[in-house]
Design a protein around this ligand. Structure first.
Ligand code: EPZ
Length: 420
């Protein structure tokens, strides 16, 4: 696959873009095949390199994984038991690999998972995962870069209170608690739609869970889980990204397969900026009802607040707003890697710690830039759609991790993007 893409800016788009299944829900659901040992069929699965990486990891843990890409369906089934080591070579490629820890501990009472390194956006510690699983009875040691987990007997239900919300830690402890003995209460649980999707799938597998999507989740452990066929929810971050593609390029694009409800805080901000969205019969239309974009102030928060995963993307739009905007990134400590690249394109953005100050400019210029992480890379694509001239983006493997057929979807709406 080529490393670079070239975008010709200034083209208005029009057409219909289908929204795919949620990457972050797939990566959380796939390890359930370890928990149940039964057939797990997931539908509406996007064809992404992260899904391939999770497939490789689960295969190394004894699962048969059959990904029918054309049907967007993946069938998983644990075939060889007692493989519980997630090796560094795979884990280093994708931090979400840590999501096999809870299932392995619940299934085998032991697990060896490489410590996921940090990434461009932060150190990404897993202390909350380990503390929550310890509350259920696991004990951990860390040696030469591996987390070694052990359970004497079975995991036992417990009261768990997170000091702050963590999507991954909430998912891991839910997946461990469903097979634990007794009941588990989770306080300050993450409330993301992906957590609700995980719980809905587990309920269909025979689990007893109350409060999915709320601050407090109560789980009654069961002895075993059944097989399930589950349709993955739509990707709200992909949807928000394409809405911004329409807004930034004065386009008339419609989006199918998505819904605005999970993007309430994002939609409110867009409305303050002068971008109105219409939703009718499953079709979402983007309307830019004013010449210039109005500046706004944004603070990223856990769900239902403004999603950190749309921060880089909306910054591209704010860089051509009329006036000064601010963005406070409260979730990750280093998620402004796109700022120097946007500034190379003529944006005027200053960062002070967790705060970015964006002074809108009249025009961005197409120049060579480098993608640093998944959402930064797509923010450069958005800027490239509106920049004057051609934008060459390097290291675009980041894009393929989280956006299924992005170049195709945009070119079919009249964009001119080529892989070089
Ligand atoms: C999930 O990551 C998503 N990834 C991220 O999406 C998303 O940005 C993030 O949730 C926040 O919504 C997947 O679902 C695979 P967290 P996760 O635990 O679970 C700190 C994308 O672009 N923390 O909610 O890793 C952490 O460092 C990706 O699709 C600890 O300190 O996020 C962060 O500052 C990027 N200790 C904050 O909590 C822990 O044990 C929130 O992280 C765990 C997390």
């Amino acid at each position: 696959m080529s490393k670079k893409i070239l975008i010709e800016g200034g083209r208005a788009l029009s057409g219909i873009i289908p929204i795919s299944g949620a990457k972050n829900s797939c990566l959380t659901l796939m390890p359930l095949c370890i928990l149940s040992g039964q057939s797990l069929v997931l539908q509406n699965v996007p064809y992404l390199s992260d899904v391939e990486t999770m497939k490789d990891l689960l295969e190394s843990l004894g699962c048969d994984v059959f990904f029918k890409k054309s049907k967007r369906e993946i069938v998983l089934k644990l075939n060889r038991e007692n493989l519980f080591e997630a090796n560094y070579e795979i884990v280093r490629k994708m931090r979400a690999s840590i999501l096999v820890l809870g299932p392995l501990l619940a299934k085998y009472g032991q697990a060896i998972v490489a410590l996921p390194g940090g990434c461009a956006i932060g150190t990404r510690p897993v202390n909350l995962h380990l503390q929550a699983l310890e509350a259920l009875g696991a004990s951990f040691s860390i040696d030469n870069g591996y987390i070694k987990g052990l359970v004497q007997g079975k995991l036992k239900g417990a009261r768990i209170e997170f000091p702050f919300k963590s999507v991954g830690a909430t998912a891991n402890v839910i997946m461990a608690a469903v097979l634990a003995k007794g009941s588990t209460e989770i306080f300050n649980a993450a409330q993301e739609p992906e957590i609700i999707d995980l719980c809905n799938c587990l309920l269909k597998m025979g689990c007893k869970i109350e409060g999915a999507g709320a601050n407090k989740i109560v789980i009654e452990g069961v002895d075993n889980l059944g097989e399930v066929c589950h349709k993955v929810i739509m990707d709200r971050i992909e949807l928000g990204t394409y809405i911004l593609a329409g807004a930034i390029s004065y386009s008339n694009i419609k989006l199918t397969g998505g819904e605005l409800a999970p993007l309430k805080s994002f939609v409110e901000k867009l409305s303050n900026m002068g971008i109105e969205l219409e939703e009718d019969m499953g079709l979402i239309s983007v309307k830019r009802n004013c010449e210039k974009i109005r500046p706004v102030n944004i603070e990223t928060q856990p769900y239902p607040g403004f999603p950190t995963d749309l921060q880089a993307q909306i910054m591209a739009l704010l860089s051509i707003a009329e006036g000064e905007s601010t963005i406070e990134e409260n979730i990750f400590e280093n998620r402004f890697m796109h700022v120097p690249e946007l500034n190379r394109m003529g944006a005027n953005i200053k960062t002070q710690g967790r705060k970015a100050i964006i002074r809108g400019v009249a025009e961005l210029k197409g120049v060579p830039v480098v993608a640093t992480d998944l959402r930064a890379s797509v923010s450069l694509v958005l800027a490239g759609l509106v920049a004057k001239g051609e934008t060459l983006i390097d290291e675009i493997h980041h894009l393929d991790r989280g956006y299924e057929h992005l170049v195709l979807k945009l070119n079919e709406c009249g964009a001119k993007i080529g892989r070089v």
